[in-house]
Every structure is written in structure tokens, then in C-alpha cells.
Design a protein around this ligand. Sequence first.
Ligand SMILES: *[C@@H]1O[C@H](CO)[C@@H](O)[C@H](O)[C@H]1NC(C)=O
Ligand SMILES: *[C@@H]1O[C@H](CO)[C@@H](O)[C@H](O)[C@H]1NC(C)=O
Ligand SMILES: *[C@@H]1O[C@H](CO)[C@@H](O)[C@H](O)[C@H]1NC(C)=O
Ligand SMILES: *[C@@H]1O[C@H](CO)[C@@H](O)[C@H](O)[C@H]1NC(C)=O
Ligand SMILES: *[C@@H]1O[C@H](CO)[C@@H](O)[C@H](O)[C@H]1NC(C)=O
Length: 354
Amino acid sequence: MDTPTPLFSLLCFFLFSLFLGEEQHVVEGSRVWTFGFRPNMLFVFGDSYADTGNNRKALASSWKLPYGITFPGKPAGRFSDGRVLTDFIAGYLGIKTPVPYRYRKELGGRLKYGLNFAYGGTGVFDTPAPEPNMTTQIDFLQQLLNDSVYSKRALKTSVALVSLAGNDYSNYIATNGSTAGFPAFIGRVVNQLKVNLKRIHNLGVRKIAASALQPLGCLPQSTAQFSFEQCNESENALVGLHNQLLAQAVNDLNKETNSSSFFVLDMYNAFWNVFNQKQAHQVSPTFVNPFEPCCVGVSAAFSCGSVDENGVKQYTLCSNPKSKFFWDTVHPTEQGWRAVYSTPALQSSLKQFW
Ligand SMILES: *[C@@H]1O[C@H](CO)[C@@H](O)[C@H](O)[C@H]1NC(C)=O
Ligand SMILES: *[C@@H]1O[C@H](CO)[C@@H](O)[C@H](O)[C@H]1NC(C)=O
Ligand SMILES: *[C@@H]1O[C@H](CO)[C@@H](O)[C@H](O)[C@H]1NC(C)=O
Ligand SMILES: *[C@@H]1O[C@H](CO)[C@@H](O)[C@H](O)[C@H]1NC(C)=O
Ligand SMILES: *[C@@H]1O[C@H](CO)[C@@H](O)[C@H](O)[C@H]1NC(C)=O
């Protein structure tokens, strides 16, 4: 038998990881040792899973109560009660959370940490959200390079987070009324995403993390019809196709560029890692019913943050957002994101930043 046993491979990997971990400590700050690469800027593209305040105040629920009640304590443009994916990834990289693009002038002193170009509601294609699609978001970074706000050289120590959490698909279902023709559309979405990822690379960004789709059929908007108790399996099957094509696209990009610049953040398994956690014997937070949101409209006509013409709130709020995985019908709570971030699936994806 000339192939090593899985256990042997695992052991080697473990020892190798130990070695890397130790080396990183020793050579931190060294410029010659490639394992010591420390990104100093984070650029963020995509949608509400990553947006930290780009959406216009008049349009977005993220600027209404009760969004932001946990962090920063009032609505501030995040689609959650508190921190979102971007904050956790910036923390992992040891970089301050990059400011939203819309504040680039007011908070210019923080451009050195990168910028967040993500807009809630957007996709790679146009959606009903009157906000810039991903192509335009990348144009914004290119413009800043053209204007010498950033240099291509500086971007060599930057990394990017690209979040695509499904707005193209909800728009497709909303406009086409069904999932007919979906596989072909998934192919078009991933192809456009691939073009976008390549453009970010061509601007000089060193490492680019593209989020895989989370199990869309387990979002409260889909589980509601099952009393928040089970997922829509046909939707999850389509997610599987998207993620397969994405993995292929990322592979192709690394080959085309002869690099390991591109990698996937495994959101699909990260969400499942959390959903599968049982209450006992777990150090990480667990959630009683992970498919039931904390904040929900009183009827289908209302959503989290809705008020009627007299300003009376038309939503109910759970007593403790920390006890819930989902905040509203599509977005995790801060505690939910913390749990996703802590999963083995996400932690092993994140290692590819180095
Ligand atoms: C993105 O938006 C721009 C500006 O509205 C538009 O010209 C372009 O066609 C859109 N790109 C895609 C891929 O839909
Ligand atoms: C930036 O400059 C390049 C090269 O001159 C040009 O092709 C591109 O259209 C410019 N892009 C933006 C967004 O200004
Ligand atoms: C609706 O379906 C058609 C045919 O499959 C497709 O060309 C079109 O892009 C779809 N609409 C949206 C909004 O994606
Ligand atoms: C699941 O999702 C699909 C696509 O959105 C939808 O057509 C279907 O009615 C949903 N429900 C069930 C039970 O599959
Ligand atoms: C790809 O990169 C490796 C390592 O940097 C180098 O040795 C090799 O020649 C490159 N191959 C091509 C086709 O550029």
C-alpha cells in the first residue's frame, strides 16, 4: 500500500500546523519569511452579510431600531443586532474593521485599514435594491486607485472578502415566480462572480476570500412555512450546485493566475456546524431553535424594524438576542455570527488568508 492512511496524513498535517504556528510566532514582523505575511488592509465587497453601513439611511432597515441594539447600541447600518461577518474577519486578521465607503471622506484616517464597499440587498447582477452591484463596487476601488488614494503597491499587502449571500437568487424567484431555469441562472451568477474576483486580483489584492452560499433553505424566510422547524430542501439543493460551481471557478482562477490567491469561505458547512450543535457538551454558544428569528414582523406585511403610520412597532423581539442564531428572516445575530466564525469549517477556511 503506497498511499498513507488518513490517520497518518492527519497527524502529519497536525505536526505541520504546529510547526507553522510556532514559526509564525518566532518570525512575526519579518519580511523575508513568507509565512509571516500580515495583511494590513481589508477590502470588502458584496451584500448585507458584510455591509457595515453603506446603505442609505432612508431606505434600509439596518438604520432602524432594533438593528444595532447590541453593538454599537443603536442602529448604525449593520443588518444585525450587532457585529457582522466583516467585523469577525477583520478581528481574525488583526485589522480594525474597515469603514464603509460612504464615510471615506469623514473617516479618511481609517483608509489605511481598507474599505468596505458592500451594500445590503445587492448581488452580482442588478436587484431591486437601488444600490451599486458588485461590478460598480469594484469600480469604486479602481477609481480610488486611479485617483491615487491607494497605490497598487500598497494593495499587495491587502486582502479581500467577497460576500454573495443570495440576493440574485431571491430576485430571480421573485421575478420569475419559480425556480424553473435555475441551474442555468446559477451558472451565470457564478461566471459573473468569477469575472469580479479576477478583477479584484488584477487590481493587486493579494488574497481573495469568496463566501460560499449558506443553506438558503434554512433561513427563517424559508423555514417560516414549516413553523421554523425544518429547512426547504429543494432550495438547499440549488445552493449545492452554486457552491460546486464556485469551488470550480476558484480552482480555475488559481490555475489561470498560477497562484493560491483565491479561496472559498465555507459558509455552507459553517452554518451546518452551528445548526448541528447540541446543547450539552459544547463550549461554543448554542441556540434553542436555530431556525427561528429573534425579530419578526407581526404579519407577512411587516418585517423587523417596521412601524405603522403612528410609529407603533409592527414586530416582536425576543427577550435575549444572544439566545438566537437568526436576528431577522435572513441575517444572523451577532452571537450567530460569532458561532459561525468559531466553527471548524470557517476556521479552516480562514487559514488560507496566510
Ligand atoms: C452593474 O451596474 C451598472 C451600473 O448600473 C450596470 O451598468 C451594469 O450592467 C451592472 N452589471 C451587471 C453585471 O449587472
Ligand atoms: C481607471 O483607469 C483605467 C486606466 O486608465 C481606466 O480604464 C478605467 O476606466 C478607470 N476606472 C475608473 C473607475 O475610473
Ligand atoms: C427569468 O428566467 C429567464 C429564463 O430562464 C432568465 O433569462 C431571466 O434572467 C430570469 N429573471 C431574472 C430576474 O433572473
Ligand atoms: C421551497 O422553495 C421553493 C423555491 O423557493 C418553493 O417553490 C417551494 O414552494 C418551497 N417549499 C417546499 C415545501 O418545497
Ligand atoms: C508558477 O509559479 C511557480 C512558483 O512561483 C513557478 O515555479 C512556475 O514556473 C510558475 N508557472 C508558470 C506556468 O508560470
